[in-house]
Design a protein around this ligand. Structure first.
Ligand SMILES: Cc1cc2nc3c(=O)[nH]c(=O)nc-3n(C[C@H](O)[C@H](O)[C@H](O)COP(=O)(O)O)c2cc1C
Length: 374
């Protein structure tokens, strides 16, 4: 008989429990935030109940798809929002269903900033950003730089959205500060060319993000707040000339607010087509600097997820595409079972089933008839 110690050694590191603040997680395989564009007219739909509950385990941690905080936040069709009563009500049955299966569910709150165009904006106005810098691409229209007086209003929109998320039943929120959207448009010097207190030095460029953190944490409690950052990424033409310094500055500055977790995207995650081996950069300095829980994401498989946990590079690992295509991902890791392949073509199509809730579970991936595989 194996001793307890030997049993522990055999445990898959990703499947060991973790105490995330007041949340007792039964494992560390997190559902990454995944935009699926199936929330018609920005209203979460009943088919999301099945999608999220398929990916729920008892004590599992889930982050919702990016969810718009205001009427200027949207930049894509059929992404969900959380600023009207109707939207809050529409989220409730989805959140309730995840809770009924024992999941812990955070809402990722989002403003796309300049990654938008006039057709998504009230009265056809220009999208807002940290600067006037235009995002090249024919679907985008030139942004309008936020004035000093307007910035607190956007901070307030994040705060109200966080309160709405709690009203909808979410356990907390993740502030989307990554991937070239509004918060990142302030953080990164490729976009932010302001000369006021929100631009120039690192301290100034990080001010908006930290004001959002402070406002959200004071509204719903720091123990319910996470933030996602991608200092090394250049999605949406948002690179930084010194990403390591930026990541470190944020990791250290966040400590003051005592938020629950910091979620960072790996430097190797520069494209969805190819995993870039990144020898010069890693998240280790940020992991060490940040005193709360640390989550990583970007091109993780089971093996390097286990390694990240074993080597204390992260407490939690978020899985995007693998979780999208494998609703029972933690179970597959447990059994070291083969994985379904994801279908890129249906990532963002509006169909309520195809490429959304029809990825097979292990039990159904082989058709058992009369005890035989057919
Ligand atoms: C279909 C799709 C939608 C995504 N939507 C979001 C999103 O809403 N918010 C976000 O922060 N990241 C989003 N991402 C990025 C993922 O959360 C994740 O960081 C990325 O896919 C890398 O992880 P992976 O290699 O495990 O897929 C999306 C990625 C994909 C493939």
């Amino acid at each position: 008989m194996a001793t307890e110690e030997q049993m522990d050694e055999r445990k898959i590191p990703l499947l060991t429990p973790y105490k995330l603040g007041k949340f007792e997680l039964s494992h560390r395989v997190v559902l990454a935030p995944l935009t699926r564009q199936r929330s018609y007219d920005n209203i979460p739909q009943p088919h999301a109940i099945l999608y999220y509950t398929q990916r729920t385990t008892k004590g599992g941690f889930l982050i919702s798809e990016a969810t718009g905080i205001s009427d200027t936040a949207s930049g894509y069709t059929h992404t969900p929002d959380i600023w009207t009563k109707e939207q809050i009500e529409a989220w409730k049955p989805i959140v309730d269903a995840v809770h009924a299966k024992g999941g812990i569910f955070f809402c990722q709150i989002w403003h796309t900033g300049r990654v938008s165009n006039t057709s998504f904006q009230p009265n056809g106005q220009a999208p807002i950003s940290s600067s006037h810098k235009v995002l090249t691409g024919e679907q985008y229209t030139p942004p309008r730089k936020l004035s000093l007086e307007e910035i607190p209003l956007v901070v307030n929109d994040f705060k109200v959205a966080a309160r709405n998320a709690i009203e909808a039943g979410f356990d907390g929120v993740e502030i989307h500060g990554a991937h070239g959207y509004l918060v990142d448009q302030f953080l990164k010097d490729e976009v932010n060319d302001r000369t006021d207190k929100y631009g120039g030095s690192l301290e100034n460029r990080c001010r908006f993000a930290l004001e959002v953190v402070e406002a959200v944490a004071s509204e719903i409690g720091a123990d319910r707040v996470g933030i996602r950052l991608s200092p090394f990424a250049d999605f949406m033409q948002s690179s930084d000339s010194n990403p390591k310094a930026l990541g470190l500055y944020m990791a250290e500055a966040l400590n003051e607010y005592k938020i629950l977790y910091c979620h960072m995207v790996e430097p190797r995650m520069t494209s969805y087509e190819e995993k870039v081996e990144c020898l010069h950069h890693s998240l280790v300095p940020m992991r060490k600097a940040f005193k709360g829980s640390f989550m990583c994401a970007g091109w993780y498989d089971m093996e390097d997820g286990n390694k990240a946990v074993t080597e204390n590079m992260a407490d939690l690992v978020a899985y995007g595409r693998l979780f999208l295509a494998n609703p029972d991902l933690p179970k597959r890791f447990e059994l070291n079972a083969p994985l379904n392949k994801y279908d890129r073509e249906t990532f963002y199509t509006p169909h309520p089933v195809h490429g959304y809730t029809d990825y097979p579970f292990l039990e159904t991936s082989t058709d058992l008839k009369d005890g035989k595989c057919t």
